[in-house]
Design a protein around this ligand. Structure first.
Ligand code: NDP
Length: 317
């Protein structure tokens, strides 16, 4: 498959594994890159020394391009950027912040930069900041998300019409069917998170992987908009948040309920009651934990089948 996304990253297929905190170690990134896509190390939950180790190990595990995701709110961002430059990581996916801050510096070192956006307006800002592509992430996505609640179905064409750089679709994509739909809407690639969070190589706790498999339609919610909107599984911790909303809690109370390291407690340490369990709506369609390469190949095969069916004019309209 050749298009602007595969050419930009020098990869075989425009399937990108999202950089997810606590779930995207070097093992997952290398497996996806070796399968012909672009694997991403999620650095948001990694202390600087930990990121170094993951980049070193990823370089040993694959000779294919891979990326690092940096949430721009990360406290020691200078150290992460230095690691990325020192180790010549070819691609950075930035998120949750202003793309103007680091894009120029990264590009000066020949690094491709992609920024995650949740609206056409931010896509234009990212393009103006000089990024090479944008990820347009819709309402369905897990983890941090846009305030506007624009669904992937509406967001992709809005963003594709607003910018000239390639658009990578994210949010609600965990299958070849969804990938075909995203490509039809104007995306040139897809970024897939939740499906890979439930892979064997994901660093998520086994309890969290099993929880993803058990998650059904309606079990996730986008909440905590006053702090940073996040889609998570409705569990005991969320019930506390919901009760606080019901009694009209102020922002300060929400901050104290959230506390610190909730996502680590849930996704990495496996506390399914007290932890923050970030996952997308697509979890309702995830029924097993498999090796990442198997997931990748299934998505690709289904995409090709759906595309062939559509092209074969199986429909009389
Ligand atoms: P908290 O402030 O609640 O906790 C910080 C967590 O990050 C702790 O568990 C800590 O590990 C870990 N951590 C890793 N590196 C550092 C560092 N240099 N300084 C301090 N803590 C560090 O944050 P969250 O758990 O909510 O989020 C962590 C990061 O992930 C943030 O940068 C956030 O922006 C990003 N994020 C991105 C999301 C996305 O969808 N892109 C979703 C959610 C968060 P320890 O407990 O071992 O100290």
């Amino acid at each position: 498959m050749k298009n602007r996304v595969t050419t930009l990253f020098d990869i075989q297929y425009p399937i990108i594994q999202a950089g997810m905190i606590w779930c995207s170690p070097w093992q997952l990134a290398a497996a996806v890159s070796n399968a012909g896509g672009l694997g991403i190390i999620g650095s948001g939950s990694m202390y600087p020394e930990v990121l170094k180790e993951h980049v070193e190990k990823c370089k040993k595990a694959t000779d294919k391009p891979f990326a690092v995701n940096i949430p721009l709110l990360y406290p020691n961002i200078e150290e992460h950027v230095k690691t990325i430059i020192d180790y010549k990581v070819p691609v950075v996916f930035s998120s949750a912040g202003n793309p103007k801050t680091w894009t120029g510096e990264l590009k000066k070192h020949g690094i491709k930069v992609v920024h995650v956006v949740s609206s056409a307006k931010f896509a234009q800002k990212a393009a103006a900041a000089g990024v090479d592509a944008v990820v347009a992430e819709g309402f369905e996505a897990g983890g941090h998300n846009g305030r506007e609640e624009t669904t992937t179905l509406c967001l992709i064409p809005l963003v594709a019409d607003a910018v000239d750089i390639p658009v990578i679709a994210a949010g609600g994509i965990g299958s070849g069917r969804a990938m075909a739909a995203a490509m039809a809407l104007g995306a040139e690639g897809v970024q897939i998170g939740s499906r890979f969070a439930a892979s064997e190589e994901s660093s998520a706790h086994l309890n969290f992987k099993n929880k993803i498999v058990a998650t059904q339609e309606g079990d996730t919610v986008l909440t905590l908009k006053e702090l940073a909107p996040v889609r998570l599984i409705k569990n005991k911790f969320y019930e506390e948040v919901a009760a606080a909303y019901q009694r009209g809690a102020e922002k300060e109370e929400l901050i104290s309920i959230l506390g610190r390291a909730r996502s680590k407690k849930g996704m990495f340490e496996g506390d399914m009651d007290e932890g923050e369990l970030e996952i997308g709506q697509v979890a309702a369609m995830i029924n097993n934990v498999k090796p990442a390469a198997e997931i990748f190949n299934e998505i690709l095969a289904e995409y090709r089948q759906v595309r062939a069916n559509l092209l074969a004019s199986n429909y009389d309209f």
